[in-house]
Every structure is written in structure tokens, then in C-alpha cells.
Design a protein around this ligand. Structure first.
Ligand SMILES: [Zn+2]
Length: 165
């Protein structure tokens, strides 16, 4: 729930709180309604009209009441917005990773400042490294080269379509 939006010194601050009565424990999936404590965290989000955005977000720590769960408490995450320990929203991290993929570190960091996406070049590169590997489609033909003796006759092995289920 958004409580307040303010424009301050070249950036936008959004004050918001998580709502909803129950949250699922990240370890065991059991829903809990028992709140242990509340605190505010800061999450940088995608810019508005070129101005960097920070969300000051009120979140709750819940008790997990499942007897055999390894977690006694857990902090709620907001779907599509937050992840554990992250200081950037998932959307902002995706945008920065896209800038890093297109331009790499130094040029990406320079463009980011112009777009209201301040991040160091090492941050951009780290976000790119954290991206999942692209999916490889079905392999039609697998080719491998070999030589019987170094620098002599080469052979090629072609293996037709590899099927995986
Ligand atoms: Zn649990």
C-alpha cells in the first residue's frame, strides 16, 4: 500500500507498507499470521521521469509455527518487487542488467546516470554475471574434431540429433 510519494532533491521517495494478513514461510511454505516485528527497508526502484526512486517499505517478520521447520522467523518479500537482502527492486535490477548487457560497464554506467539509473560499472557487470544462462535449444548435429597425431590428419565425428527428455 502506497502511503506517500514525495519529490526531494532530484529523487522520488515512495513510502509504502506490505499488506495482507498472512505470508508463507520461505523454508517450509506454511502460512503464518503471527507477526514477530516490523521494520522499514529501503529499496531503489526504476526511475520516474528520469528521477531515481527509493521506496521506503514497511515489512514484517513473521513467526513460522511449523514444528519441524528450520526457520523460527522469516521476513516477507513483496512479489515482483523485493528479494532477500537486495537493495534494488527486481525491476530495477533487470533494467540495469539490460543496460550492462548492451553497453557493458563503463559506457553503461555513464548512460545510467543520464537515465536516472545510477550504478557503478562493477555493479552493472555483477548484475550481468548473475543473469541465468540462456536456454540452449535442441541440438541438431553435434560436431567434434580430433587428430590422430598433433599437426597431422584431422577427422570429424558428427553425431545426429541429440534428444533429451
Ligand atoms: Zn517454516
Amino acid at each position: 500500500m502506497i502511503e506517500r510519494v514525495e519529490r526531494l532533491a532530484g529523487r522520488v521517495r515512495i513510502s509504502a507498507s506490505a499488506t495482507g494478513e498472512r505470508r508463507q514461510c520461505r523454508a517450509c511454505g506454511t502460512a503464518s499470521v503471527r507477526v514477530h516485528s516490523r521494520y522499514r527497508r529501503r529499496v531503489a526502484d526504476a526511475p520516474i521521469s528520469g528521477a531515481p526512486v527509493v521506496i521506503e517499505l514497511g515489512v514484517r517478520r513473521f513467526f513460522c509455527e511449523h514444528v519441524s521447520c528450520s526457520k523460527r522467523t522469516f521476513v516477507e518479500q513483496i512479489p515482483q518487487l523485493t528479494s532477500r537482502y537486495a537493495r534494488r527492486s527486481l525491476g530495477l535490477a533487470r533494467t540495469l542488467a539490460a543496460v550492462g548487457l548492451a553497453l557493458a560497464g563503463r559506457a553503461g554506467a555513464r548512460l545510467g546516470v543520464r537515465l536516472g539509473l545510477p550504478a557503478s560499472r562493477s555493479t552493472l557487470l555483477r548484475l550481468v554475471e548473475q543473469l541465468p544462462d540462456p536456454q540452449v535449444g535442441a541440438v541438431a548435429v553435434l560436431v567434434d574434431d580430433f587428430a590422430l597425431r598433433r599437426g597431422h590428419v584431422y577427422g570429424t565425428v558428427r553425431k545426429p540429433r541429440v534428444q533429451r527428455n
